[in-house]
Every structure is written in C-alpha cells, then in structure tokens.
Design a protein around this ligand. Sequence first.
Ligand code: ATP
Length: 305
Amino acid sequence: MSTPGIGETGEAAGAVTDGTAAAGAGRPADGMPLLEVRELTVHHGQLRALDHISLRVFPGEVYAIIGANGAGKSTLLRTIAGLHHPTEGAILYDGKDVTRIRPERRAVSGIVMVPEGRRLFGSLTVEENLQVGATFARNGPWTIERVYELFAWMKDRRTQRAEQLSGGEQQSVAIGRALVANPRVLLLDELSLGLAPVVVQRIYGMLPQILATGLTVLLVEQDVSQALRVASHLQCLLEGRTTLDSRPSDVTSEQVEAAYFGLLGGPGGDGGTGSPPVRGGGLGGVVPPEEAPLWSGSTTSSRGS
Ligand code: ATP
C-alpha cells in the first residue's frame, strides 16, 4: 500500500521535502491568519463529515489539505466557501467571523473557489467563462488579459467552447475564472483530478506566478506528492478528523502515509520517528489516534509497496 504520490518517486526515509518546495512565503511565527477555521464540525444528514477541524492560513502561504476519498476535504473547502453550513465551529476571514455569511458575499470579499471537476459552462466559450468569473470581481491585478498572459495558449482559443477543451485546458480556464474575481484566498479543490501527471505538474507550475500577485492558497489534494511540492503547511484528514498537522519539512513520508491511511507507525504511535505527537493546531506532529476509528492496530507503515 502506498500513499498516492508518495513512494512513487522513491524518496528515502526522512523529511518529505527538502524545504525548498513551498511556494508560499512560509509561516510567520506570529501575526494574524488571513483565514482561520475553528473547531469546524459539518454533517451531511446523519454523517459527521468533519469533526472539529481547525486550521490557520497565513497571508501568502500555500496550505494543503490531503486525505483519501471521503476524508472530508471537499466538505471543508465548500464549507469555507459557504456552500455547507457547519453544525459547530467558526470561520474567520481577515479577523471577521464569516460563518453565517452567504457564499456570494464571501466570494465578493475575496474567498473564491476552483471547484472539484472544474464546473465550467461547457456551451460557453473560454472568454465567456472568464467573463462569468469577472462579473462581481474585486479590484486587483487580475484581468482576462492577465490570465491570457499566464496561460499562453488561451487567447488564441478564446472563442472555442469550453466543452471542446482537454481536461487540463478546462482546469486552466477554471483557475482563470477564479483569478479574474481577484481573490485574496484561492480555494483549489483537487486540481489533479482526472489529469495526466505531466499536465498536473504544468498547472501547479503556475502557482508561483499566481502567488506573486499577493494571493493566499488553500488547496485540497489526493495527489500527496504534488501537495508536498507546493505546500508550506500540511494537514491530513481521515474520516473527517485531523491525523497530521505539520510543515512538510517536519514530517517523514512514513508519518504522512500513516496519517493518510490511519496506520499506527512505530513505538509510541508516532509514525516510528520517536517525535512526540502533537494535537492539531500547532506546528508539527502526528495527531494521536485515540479516537480515529481506523487507527485500530499497531501496524508499521509500509512505503512504496
Ligand atoms: P473525494 O476526494 O472523494 O471528493 P473528500 O475527502 O473530498 O473525498 P468529501 O467529498 O468531503 O470527501 O466527503 C466526505 C464524506 O461526506 C463522504 O463520506 C461523502 O460520501 C459524504 N458527502 C459529501 N457530500 C455529501 C452530500 N452532499 N450529501 C451526503 N453526503 C455527502
């Protein structure tokens, strides 16, 4: 069993990144987060999809949420965007409580999402899709022309219908549509979904240029290696609970894998590294698994098998 993306590249045991991967500005030791989620619990009917999730996203960083199918990643992003109502907890944006604010108002104030599956208007052209994104745009650096500069192929094909584009091209248009709204926080839901690895890398390769315009990114990904390449902070969810909350450079691939699958690592249940487990909210560490249903045995995590 191997975590998607982990083990495929044959990393040696040790920190999962070399510390150079984070595209964001890193984590300030103090200062105010631009986006904060406090003890968020969300139900879909009887199902508790998120269970007291907390996170703090600082200006200019790339915060990645990873986790397997059904972990609650999309629910988290959609709740931040205002598309689900939490049962408990709060969402703060720029220091203000936006938990009860309608989704449109959140978007206008700068919380903009690229949804899972792109959700373009297939019968509209590339440019018309971008115009939709610009309808209630904030003032800022992003215009349709600027998006055409970012994605060089797009201008020549601006009159083509979105449904005629490849998956990667559609994803680029979806990103462009979000950018022209001039977000402060860009929520990216599974950019890699259904795309070839080379296309995924190309799309993620645009992140530094996007961040350079002052954006902050919160992304969810099943493709862990991709998330690790770009993230300045990492949180892993499993069945709606936090199993890892750390800087990528502070955890090993074994710890990430254990958190992803809910495996107890080595002695002390710390993923086998000997480092003390730390509950979510702080920097660094695997969250102790006392309540997570899948952490049921003392299984040593296996890499790349
Ligand atoms: P995936 O990568 O498969 O999208 P995810 O980590 O994003 O997974 P969610 O889509 O947030 O997970 O789903 C979390 C849980 O909530 C799953 O058990 C899912 O079946 C359930 N769920 C999600 N949306 C709804 C909904 N609208 N109604 C009922 N259950 C839902």
